[in-house]
Design a binder for this molecule. Structure first.
Ligand code: NAG
Length: 478
């Protein structure tokens, strides 16, 4: 608390604390530290000196300093800090965690807890996945049916979506974050140097919105908010009505979120309905487009133009490459790394989130008694050993890789405890992928830090997959 208060008072000012006193923590502004998020810590028998050239750098220094201290600071009367010199800076400028709140929703207290853990790990972007087929979770005042209809589903699938026959729980499920709550979360994150990126999905994963406003779909027929998981054919129709709706939604979103980036989805949009829709075919004809893939591109580019005109940049899943990439888009490469390679070679920024290394909804162990998950297998070690720069990129292209992100899709995470179980300790591994220079990474040394980290999670009342990482004999030796 002391350190956090200290920073709170320091932040936003040109800080310069009194010098030469002994037994103090000195925070010094040093513009020779060129990395905006970098810092140094020097401790000797007199003082601890932190140097940074930005508030963020100082904040990260404090996180590191806290890690040199006992976990239960409040019950500690004497603290020993080793005499050390640390010079540190991040490898990547984008260090993200994603959370899907559509499939299941978690209260604001939990969102803050998640953000707190990210801050401790020096992550700086929280990707908040608000909308999907199974629920619309951000309040949009202009469209009350998003709150009344799109935010709730009548029932939820029980068991795995590949199991047949499907069974449902018969319970109404849902809710949404009010704009006030969203505002509160953004402020909370900002104080921890975390930017919040909202995702409003288009043109696919839109069934909840279409359930509220059937005119946004191509068939005009009534649909329900989805009750099971998967990919659905009811996607936004590329009509003027849809564009107006999305622009109005994004206006409210931009009013709330200061983020330079707005995520507009773009993944998994089946073109079945566009193929038979007069409206969609008309747009194809009028704009000289080749097919429905180019129509998807047209859709995304049009939304990009709108957001760019308001000074924002779009991020989209790698499907936005199909049919031509929007000129200023950043690509989130999730289906492996091919999307990243193609985008970086075309001089677009990319963020690496491949299913192979970044999907924390996959199983983390092959034990039979793991709680139900979507499938796949992503153990801690594999996350840790992720090399985010695809081999196919030369140095100049590699600069386009802004960073990495762990994704937490929540089809099977009915409670926040389950989110924690899936996210930790894999988030710790991802934070090192994001921050540490390649030559400083070593799994054996990392696994020794995991136990300490688990104690911190205990202190923070965060659940984790502890039983999977008890490594006999290697821990606790120091
Ligand atoms: C993908 C979907 C997502 C789903 C997840 C499950 C992306 C970009 N899209 O199929 O909606 O929840 O995988 O692993 O990941």
């Amino acid at each position: 608390n002391f350190l956090n208060n200290f920073l709170e008072h320091a932040s936003g000012r040109t800080w310069k604390t009194k010098y030469s006193e002994t037994n103090s923590i000195i925070l010094e502004y040093d513009d020779s530290i060129s990395s905006k998020e970098g810092y140094s810590i020097e401790s000797n028998e007199h003082n601890i000196t932190i140097k940074a050239s930005t508030d963020a750098g100082a904040f990260y220094a404090v996180q590191s300093l806290l890690q040199l201290m006992p976990v239960d600071l409040n019950n500690t009367t004497e603290i020993h800090i080793p005499a050390i010199t640390i010079k540190d800076e991040p490898r990547f400028k984008y260090r993200g965690m994603h959370l899907d709140v559509s499939r299941h929703m978690y209260d604001v207290e939990f969102i803050k807890k998640y953000i707190n853990a990210m801050a401790m790990l020096k992550m700086n972007n929280f990707h908040w996945h608000f909308t999907d087929d199974q629920g619309w979770r951000i309040e949009i005042k202009k469209y009350p049916r998003l709150q009344e209809v799109a935010a709730y589903r009548d029932s939820t699938l029980l068991g795995h979506y590949n199991d047949t026959p499907h069974q449902y729980d018969g319970k109404k499920y849902g809710g949404f974050y009010t704009q006030e709550e969203v505002h509160e979360v953004i402020a909370f994150a900002k104080a921890r140097h975390i930017n919040v990126i909202p995702e409003i999905e288009m043109p696919g994963h839109a069934q909840a919105a279409i359930a509220a406003y059937p005119e946004l779909g191509c068939t005009g027929e009534n649909v329900q908010v989805a009750m099971k998981w998967g990919v659905f054919e009811d996607i936004y129709c590329p009509s003027e009505e849809t564009f107006t709706f999305l622009e109005n939604v994004l206006d409210e979103v931009m009013e709330l979120f200061p983020s330079k980036y707005i995520h507009i989805g773009g993944d998994e949009a089946p073109k079945t309905q566009w193929k038979t829709s007069d409206v969609a075919q008309q747009v194809i004809k009028e704009n000289g487009l080749k097919d429905e893939h180019e129509l998807q591109s047209y859709f995304i580019q049009r939304m990009e133009k709108y957001l760019n005109s308001k000074g924002r940049q779009i991020i989209g899943w790698d499907e936005i490459l199909e049919g031509g990439l929007a000129p200023n888009a950043t690509v989130m490469s999730w289906r492996g790394t091919n999307g990243a390679v193609e985008a970086a070679k075309a001089r677009h920024d990319v963020i690496m989130t491949p299913t192979s290394h970044a999907y924390f909804d996959y199983y983390q162990s092959e034990n039979d008694d793991e709680p139900l998950a979507i499938g796949g297998f992503l153990p801690l070690e594999k996350v840790y050993n992720f090399n985010p720069i695809p081999q196919e990129l030369n140095d100049e292209e590699a600069i386009r890789v802004l960073g990495v992100q762990g994704n937490v899709w929540t089809e099977y995470m009915t409670t926040s405890e389950q989110v924690e179980y899936m996210a930790f300790p894999r988030m710790l591994a991802m934070s090192e992928v994001a921050w540490s220079a390649d030559e400083n990474k070593n799994y054996d040394s990392f696994i020794n830090r995991v136990e300490y980290f688990h104690k911190r999670l205990d202190e923070m009342d965060i659940n984790y997959a502890n039983h999977l990482y008890e490594i006999e004999g290697t821990l606790n030796e120091n």
